[in-house]
Design a binder for this molecule. Sequence first.
Ligand code: SF4
Length: 310
Amino acid sequence: MQRIIIKKATPQNRSKKIMLDRDLGSQWEGEAITEKEEKIEEGKRLFLSLSSFVIIIFSLSMAFIWYLIKPRLLEISPYLPTITGTAINLFVFYVIFKFFFAVLSALTEKNILSFLTINNPRLIHLIYLSSTKIGNIFGISKDRIGNSFIHFNNSLVRAFNKKNGRERLLVLLPRCIQYSGCKQKVTENINNCRDCGRCPITEFKSMHKKYRFHVSIATGGSLARNMIYRVQPTTILAVACERELVSGIQETSHVRALAIPNWRPEGPCKNTKVDMSKIDEAIRFIYNHNEDIMLKDDITEVNIEAEVQT
Ligand code: SF4
């Protein structure tokens, strides 16, 4: 079995770079990856199973806590156990209610209770963190869980799709998607690609011309955040590994974000690939209600050139 180990960055080579809070790919440092992680295709089911387990454990834990504190509460006041029990029950019911309808919305890709704000990114993320811990106990890698979570998140985005009068799409790509031997400075401007066809950049370039979205080939979290700040997108379509995408989804919970995990046929952070049919489908979904305006969106009003990393 092929094993690829990502070397740790040394202080010397780190100091040559602009200080970034998180370099893309840094989450793989010092890790051995196997062929299993090269291309992960999990559905929503894995995350749904683990998260349901998390909710059951949470409910049982709350019941157990109440059972433990009940005698102490009785010593203080005969009414306190009832009041505390009711508060705990309401809290557990609130969490289960939100979770249940989020799951239902993700499964059907429809906003089941459109009159209520069911989507709660913080709660979903807490459940995700607990799911990775439980998955770890059963030997399920965080990348498989992350991949499943990303599918779940994409379904939620589709369920809570808000028709936008003026769509502003930002496509975020990782630098490792560019062919490693290519010298074209596509991080400065995607139009510097010479369309040799050795990597997916050429396809993104032609899509960028067709749909006129903003595109950034980001080398780190700071640069990606900077682009989001400058472009102020209504939607983000991100391509990266599962770890980067899950981090990105947490950080951009205020913007609707669709995420497409890449493949790593040569290990992480080198010559990565992406299923372009998924990108095409996602862009069609984003512009679904805006086909008449998508070509009118003026992308020149924001300087979309990425900062050059030296
Ligand atoms: S398609 Fe563009 S970015 Fe990719 S290797 Fe060829 S010239 Fe470079």
